[in-house]
Every structure is written in C-alpha cells, then in structure tokens.
Ligand binder design. Structure first.
Ligand code: MAV
Length: 331
C-alpha cells in the first residue's frame, strides 16, 4: 500500500496526499489502524482493545480505531516493516525477535532463558531497565515502545514427543527471525531455522520442520496442536511483547493525543501482562482436557541453562550490552 492510499484512507478520500506534509493536528477526526495476528479471544487483541478504550476515554478529540485481526495485514515480520515506514499500521503488539532487522539489540529483551521466573520478568518489565533497547528501536526503526504486554510461557511444540537432550539433538524446528534465537536453540543441540510465523503450520504439516516453540495462548488460538500436539515443558521464555506505535504517525498526532497514547500504552500493557500470564496454565489445561495436546516434562532443563549462558553473554558483548544484560539478570 502506498503512503498516498494509506493517508487518504485515514482521513477520507477528500484529503489530498499533500496533507502528509502538514501536521495531522488539524484533522477533525483521526483514525489509527492496528494489527493483531489473532481473533478477539486472544490476549493481544484484548490488550489492543483495552488500549483503544483507554485512549478514547482520555482524549477529548475525535479518535477512531481500525484494528485488523487474524493476520489480515501479515505476520509480525510484515508489521515491523509497515511500522518502520509509517504506512498501513499505526499500532501493534510485537515480539522483539521479529524486529531484529531494524534494531539488532532489541531481541535481547526476549531471548530464551533470560528470566528466572514470573516474578523476575515482572520486576524487569516494570523497572525501566529496557530503556536503552527502546531508545535504539526508536532511533533506528522509528518505532516507539509505549507499554509491555506478553506473559505467556514458551515451550517446544512438535509432531513427535521430545523428552530429553537426546531427542532434542538435531530436532528441526522453527525459530523467530532474530539470529540470537537460532544461536540459542543451536546451543541446546536443536537444528533451528527461521521461518515466517504464518508458514509454520504448513511447514510442520508437510514435514519441512518437526516443530517449533510457542506459548499456550497462540498454540490454542491458531490450532497449532493439530500438527504439533506434543508440548515439551522447556519453559525457555516468558514472553515480552511491546505495544508499539509507528513514530512517523505518533509525531503527527496532537499533543493531547500523544499523551493519551503514552498513558494508555503503559496501562494496557499491564492489563495484557496480567491477562496473558494468568491465563497461560488455564489455556494449556483446556488443550489437555480437550485431548488436543500431550504434555511432557523435559529431563535436565538446568543443563540447558549452562549451555545457553555463554551464548547470551557473547551476544550481549558483541552489542556492547554486557552491563545491560547484567542489569536485567540482577533485577
Ligand atoms: C506467538 O504467536 C506470539 O508470541 C507472537 O508475538 C510471535 O510473533 C509468534 O509467536 C512467533 O513465534 O513468531
């Protein structure tokens, strides 16, 4: 979609493309377009709905939201391009590891085995410790973090059961696009490849890969259990999912709306974290009860930690982010 169509869509066909060069503060009504990979039932969509509600409540002007669901606008690797260019999408929830192309250090915040437990994850996300990564994203990608959602625990999901390191060795699995994801899964002996999220189902079904890793809410929502019904409790990540806005859009908003967006982002993020983390076990149980998944403990999870820590350290050192990594670990 061109910038022209994007902006005429926002303001109606009567507004010419030249409106782009002026501030949109003068527009009577503003429509912001959001994107979610999921339907109304998923915590991401509920979080974005909460964001919209809070902005509407806190802003006196006319504001409308056009939230596109079910991956209508692509998957997160498409979202990040649109957000960076300031076209087609104004707000979304994104995995940092799907934003690596534009800001190489942002995936540090969602690399596997970063958080010890939910308490550590919660403290880190409310501490402001991620600020340098947010600054890099804003600077390099023109994408602004306004809050943190997430809270699902990521586990392996595969066509055949995986119980231990022997089963994991050489296991062909999909990982998110950031190189650190492949490095970490290689370190624990798997054979990872980066595949677009919307191709994962077919890739497992056709045997191109044997599995992937994901959280319960998304496995359930997108019915991944149909092709990958074996869940192995590696509990390797608690998701960090920033709510982001396109800075090119944000800059053009009236100041009062900018304030409302920033406040709503923080609050909606807290709402989303609470929702997704509290539903995680419940969603897994629903899939177990429905006979959709079979869950296995992973024997020797502590050994995985020993294997990945040097990889995390090397990645942070390469980015010049050793102090930051230590600060996150120390939360
Ligand atoms: C899950 O659906 C979510 O965590 C989403 O934010 C990610 O993009 C996706 O997994 C993925 O693995 O790419």
């Amino acid at each position: 979609m061109t910038i022209y169509t994007r902006f005429t869509r926002i303001f109606g066909a009567t507004i010419a493309a030249s409106a782009l060069t002026t501030s949109i503060a003068s527009a009577d009504s503003i429509t912001l377009r959001g994107a979610s990979l999921f339907d109304e039932e998923h915590a991401y969509t509920k979080t974005l709905r909460q964001f919209e509600k809070l902005v509407s409540e806190n802003y006196d002007g006319e504001i409308e939201f056009d939230l596109r669901l079910n991956g209508e606008l692509g998957d997160e690797s498409d979202f990040v391009t649109f957000l960076q260019q300031g076209v087609a999408i104004d707000y979304a929830i994104m995995a940092p590891s799907n934003m690596a192309t534009f800001a190489p250090s942002i995936p540090l915040m969602d690399m596997p085995f970063l958080f010890r437990d939910l308490a550590h994850w919660n403290t880190a996300l409310s501490s402001g410790v991620m600020a340098p990564l947010e600054a890099e994203l804003l600077d390099k990608a023109d994408i602004r973090v306004i809050g943190y959602a997430g809270g699902g625990v990521r586990n392996l999901a595969s066509a055949d059961a995986i119980a231990n390191i022997d089963d994991l060795t050489g296991h062909k699995m999909r990982v998110m696009g950031a190189p650190i994801q492949a490095q970490i899964f290689s370190a624990i002996q798997a054979a990872p490849s980066a595949i677009a999220y919307n191709e994962v189902y077919n890739a497992i079904q056709t045997g191109v890969i044997a599995g992937f890793e994901n959280e319960a809410a998304s496995i359930q929502n997108l019915k991944f259990y149909e092709v990958a019904p074996n869940i192995t409790l590696t509990k390797h990540a608690i998701t960090v999912r920033p709510i982001v806005v396109a800075e090119k859009t944000f800059r053009k908003l009236p100041e009062a709306l900018q304030t409302a967006v920033l406040e709503a982002g923080v609050e909606a993020g807290a709402f989303g974290r609470q929702l997704e983390s509290s539903q995680d076990a419940e969603k897994m149980q629903q899939m177990i009860d429905a006979g959709q998944v079979h869950v296995t403990e992973f024997a020797g999870r502590e050994k995985l930690l020993d294997m990945v820590i040097p990889v995390q350290d090397a990645y942070a050192a390469e980015l010049g982010a050793t102090d930051l990594l230590n600060a996150i670990r120390a939360q």
